[in-house]
Design a protein around this ligand. Sequence first.
Ligand code: SAM
Length: 249
Amino acid sequence: MTNFHILTIFRNIFSDYFFEGVIGKAQNKGLINIHTYDLRNYAEDKHKSVDDYIFGGGSMIFKPEPIFNAVEDLLKNNIPDNSKKCIILLSPQGQQLNHNLAQKIAEFEDIVMICGRYEGVDERVRENLVTHEISIGDYVLTGGELPSMVLIDVVSRLIPGVVGSKDSVDEDSFAKGLIEHPQYTRPSVFRDWKVPEVLLSGNHKEILKWRRQESLRKTFYRRPDLLDSIKLSEEDILFIDKLKSEKEY
Ligand code: SAM
């Protein structure tokens, strides 16, 4: 069982998303558990304030005390000492999320996520509390709630049993370092557009070959950078050479 612990000032944001679809089912099956905690409950003043002005000028950021209090309370009361755990700050300054990073995060049993707001968090959180700082892309959102949902969704799909067929996760884009091949369903002819013949042939070997080549083709045209970091067979290399000569022509 993987436990996700979200620290936020907007707990209501999460309710619908996590009760639907694959993530909802994974919770019902007891494969994952998602807990949200209101950071204001860990504030130290009577107004439950979590933010303050930035020294030197600027608007507001999260104060360190509520965040440290919340994480320390979780570690004391909600997360067993021997659990494999990580404390993640969602932040545009962090390591960019991708399939490999998601796989590493999926190995933890307790995953604490701090959702920033305003102009972010006091730097001492970054320096002294978190084990990972993760970004979902080079753009700035208003808060860490959407990034934490993205992270939970991506990581959950990699936990055995969450997605019905393991094969479909293994075939997904990036799982094997390539973009997924094209996929079709019925009808086999729609508005004169035909599904490739080989997919209707029932010839499993030929279908696998077609899938591999179309996967290579898509990757070659859309994300050639990915081809540098995967192991290619001789057959793959010949196919890519053919694509290169077609492109030059
Ligand atoms: N001033 C900060 C900076 O330039 O790095 C941005 C603060 S942003 C308005 C508020 C919060 O949204 C951040 O603390 C972070 O939790 C979250 N956030 C925004 N963009 C994000 C991204 N691309 N990835 C992950 N978290 C993000």
